[in-house]
Design a protein around this ligand. Sequence first.
Ligand SMILES: Cc1cc2nc3c(=O)[nH]c(=O)nc-3n(C[C@H](O)[C@H](O)[C@H](O)COP(=O)(O)O)c2cc1C
Length: 352
Amino acid sequence: MIDKRKNDHIFLAASPESQIGDSWLDEVVLVHRALPELDLDDVDTRTTFLGREISMPFIIGAMTGGTELAEKINARLAKAAEELGVPMYVGSQRVGIVKPEARRSFEVVKANAPTVPKIANLGAPQISRLPDDQLLRWAEEAVNMIDAAALAVHLNPAQEVFQPEGEPYFKNVLDRLRFLKRSLRVPLIVKEVGNGISKEVAGLLNGVADIIDVAGAGGTSFVVIEGLRAKEARPELYELAQEFKGWGIPTAAAICEAKAAFKGPVIASGGIRNGLDGAKALGLGADYFSASQPLLKAALDDKVAQAISRMLKELRIAMFLTGAAKVQDLRKAPKVFGPRLESWLRQRGVSC
Ligand SMILES: Cc1cc2nc3c(=O)[nH]c(=O)nc-3n(C[C@H](O)[C@H](O)[C@H](O)COP(=O)(O)O)c2cc1C
């Protein structure tokens, strides 16, 4: 049952139907600088993540685990992460905790990527009902399974509503996150899964999360994916999901909201499809960017290193053409916003 769900997610996410395609990053123009006053070779994309040097401010997104196919994908993602020196998330590890035979599909990540920072993953609805001792045991098992440098907890209320076997249990999540922050020996990352984090939620996460990942709307939609999974057996759920398929905070707006309210580092994700999107996200103030679906497709074709190298090249070009020698310089690049983003920011009282 859980195996089928994990493989359904992989195949549906890899298909164009799962992509809603409006991150609003096309509403952000980085202004061209005809006098960069540096050579392309001077551009330095290196930065640090969780205290370790990485080759670019990019993180392979949280996706999968639990099945044979997931194991193959995780191994390919991990090999490329290690080769290119970028961090990587894994998908939700509940399956690896409750089903010991599924553990291998996660352990391949530490075997193939021994040195880069790896991020463990659990879901908010699953942790919301766990008492302290069991929660700490789950979190430690998830971290140890991949030798993780941080634990991510994903907030996915929209996905749980439309998932046929969904668990929309979000009471008590903030309290459980506070407990993890107090008890865990690694930093805590709180992320969405494609519907975005608002300034109100980002504000609540101050002092609770060490890092947040906005995972905004505009790329992979789990509302659409769960609706498609429900289509035959539960057509009414499919129809409901169709109505909500555009739900969420577009990624460009979510980055600005999160940066306005959260005091720690912010990861931009959701519909980031190339290094130029990544450069725009950094220009808006994000500290790192992450992508999932493009790397899932690359992993299925066994071309992950090529996909990441291409992102790196695109980021370098965007940095050169804005005169940014270092990643942090992108923040200073002048930007022009399209009308939807400008109006959103004005109405929400957020400057970016
Ligand atoms: C096949 C697949 C499975 C996913 N599973 C998880 C998961 O287990 N945990 C999680 O935090 N996010 C999960 N995500 C969500 C991604 O981390 C990301 O937030 C979302 O896909 C938006 O990014 P994208 O538009 O670049 O794909 C998954 C994404 C994909 C494509």
